[in-house]
Design a binder for this molecule. Structure first.
Ligand code: CP
Length: 338
């Protein structure tokens, strides 16, 4: 097994160049059309989940197995020791193992490690640093793949970009409306952040609609504006629901929690509860330009999006979920090629 001293990681898509992302998408589409090479023959990939997952876990396991490798799947709740992540600390608390030791040991067993960390959920100023996934990346001697951190969900954005390419072709100047939807539970903005940046970088016109108090992280928005300017795209945020949907080629529905109430679930629930009308039905979808509906799932039916839209002909969400499989195969093939 090869262990590079400084392996390539995927923490967020914007760490990779535009041409690398382009190659990744081309390979994803090719693997979907023509099937697989056994490019992971005999290789092991470690999957570590600190939060639940349906799609990410199953698509990752399926991808590795279909490429001829196998996975070791570990859940933090039951399968390994609590981990300390701070450098130089006296480990006299609950965690008996340091992340740097766990990462080094797992690097001896696996050719890559895919991690879904759990943010602490107390302070956005702390969680937005994504220290847990970055600690894995700095201590592992094999590639680390982010399976959704506080800030980013690069795997979902890859599958989403692949789906957009399949259905719209050239994405330049196509209008993507990302709209906040009501959910009774706290949902991270990771999907929105990653998609918004990937779409802006592809030259799309990105329009983000949300109620007051659900503004996205300002530094992420600033970076997205720069990426859009470089690519000839645009990004507008803070639009009203129907204003955001008008003329959209794609409506992407997604909830996210307010950063103003981060760490305070009671205030967060109260703020979300004031915007129960933020949902997508047939009338609202029709404000777009023959728009497709996308959603990363899990989706709350008849709360975020109506049954009529989800069971209708413009819904791409299951294709997005399928494309997780193909795009993760492409990613693993590229990261682990000898
Ligand atoms: N979209 C997504 O990441 O789904 P899971 O949380 O079920 O993995």
């Amino acid at each position: 097994m090869s262990r590079d001293a400084s392996p390539r990681h995927l923490i967020r898509l914007s760490d990779w160049s535009k041409s690398e992302i382009e190659n990744l998408l081309e390979l994803s589409l090719r693997l979907k059309r023509r099937g697989d090479r056994k490019s992971l023959n005999g290789r092991t990939v470690g999957l570590l989940f600190f939060r639940p997952s349906l799609r990410t876990r199953t698509s990752f396991e399926a991808a590795v197995h279909q490429l001829g490798g196998h996975t070791i799947n570990l859940n933090a709740a039951s399968d390994f020791w609590e981990l300390e992540e701070q450098e130089g600390t006296v480990m006299d608390g609950a965690a008996p193992e340091h992340i740097k030791d766990a990462a080094s040991v797992l690097s001896r067993y696996a050719s890559a490690l895919a991690i879904r960390p759990a943010p602490d959920g107390r302070s956005w100023n702390v969680d937005r640093r994504d220290e847990k996934i970055r600690a894995w990346a700095s201590h592992a001697q094999v590639p680390v793949i982010n399976m959704e951190s506080a800030l980013w969900h690069p795997l979902q954005a890859l599958a989403d970009m692949m789906t957009l390419r399949e259905h719209l072709g050239d994405l330049t100047s196509r209008r993507l409306a990302i709209t906040w939807t009501h959910s009774p539970t706290e949902v991270s903005a990771s999907v929105t952040n990653s998609l918004m940046q990937a779409a802006a970088r592809a030259g799309m016109e990105v329009r983000v609609a949300h109620p007051p108090g659900f503004e996205l992280d300002e530094a992420v928005l600033d970076e997205t504006r720069s990426l859009a300017a470089e690519a000839g795209g645009s990004v507008e945020s803070g639009l009203g629901l129907e204003e955001g949907l008008r003329g959209a080629h794609v409506v992407y529905a997604r909830s996210w929690q307010s950063l103003e109430d981060y760490g305070n679930p009671t205030l967060g629930a109260s703020r979300r509860g004031r915007h129960k009308d933020w949902s997508i039905d047939e009338r609202r979808l029709a404000l777009g330009d023959d728009a497709y509906l996308m959603h990363a799932m899990p989706v709350r039916r008849n709360l975020e999006v109506s049954d009529a839209v989800l069971d209708g002909p413009r819904n791409l969400m299951v294709e997005q979920a399928e494309n997780r499989l193909h795009s993760q195969k492409a990613l693993l093939s590229m990261l682990l090629q000898d």
